[in-house]
Design a protein around this ligand. Sequence first.
Ligand code: HEM
Length: 139
Amino acid sequence: MILCLLAGGLMACQNSPQPSLYEEIGGTQTLDKVFGLAVNRIYNDPRLGPHFEGVPRNHLRKMLTEQTCALIGGPCTYTGKSMQESHQERNVTTAEFYAVVEHVQQAMRLIGLSYQQENRVLAALAPLKRDIVYQAGQE
Ligand code: HEM
C-alpha cells in the first residue's frame, strides 16, 4: 500500500496500476461534453451536415460517447450499429472522415484535454476508418 501511494496515489493502488485513458480524461462526463460540441460542429459544417439529415443529434452524441468510452478503456458497451452497417451505403470519403476527426479534435481542445490525450483518443478512433470510408472496388 505504501509503495502504491508513493508510486501513483491511492486511486492507482485501488484500481488498476495505471488509470485508463477513460479515467484520465474524466470519463463519460467529459466524453459527453466533447461529443455534444463535436456533433454540433459536424451538423453545422456544410461539408458534413447534409449527410446527417434526419439523424437525431442526441442519438449520434450518445453513440459516439458510448463507442469512444468502450475504445479507451471505459466501462461502456457500445449498443449502436456496426461502423460498416451505418456507413457503407453513404459513400463517405477520406476527406469527410478527416473533417469529422478535426471537429472531434477541436472539441477536445475546447473542453481542455491535453494535446497528448487528444492524440490518444484519435488513435483509438483511427482503426474505424476502414469500415467508415467508402472505397470503390473493395468489398
Ligand atoms: C471518426 C469518424 C466517425 C466515427 C467514429 C463515426 C461513428 C458513428 C457512430 C457511432 C454512429 C451511430 C451508429 C448507430 O446509429 O447505431 C454513426 C452514424 C452515422 N454516421 Fe458516422 N462516424 C464517423 C464518420 C462519419 C462521416 C465522415 C460521415 C459522413 C460524412 C458519417 C455519417 C454517419 C451517418 C449519416 C450516421 C447515421 C447512420 C444511421 O442512422 O443509420 N460518419 N457514426
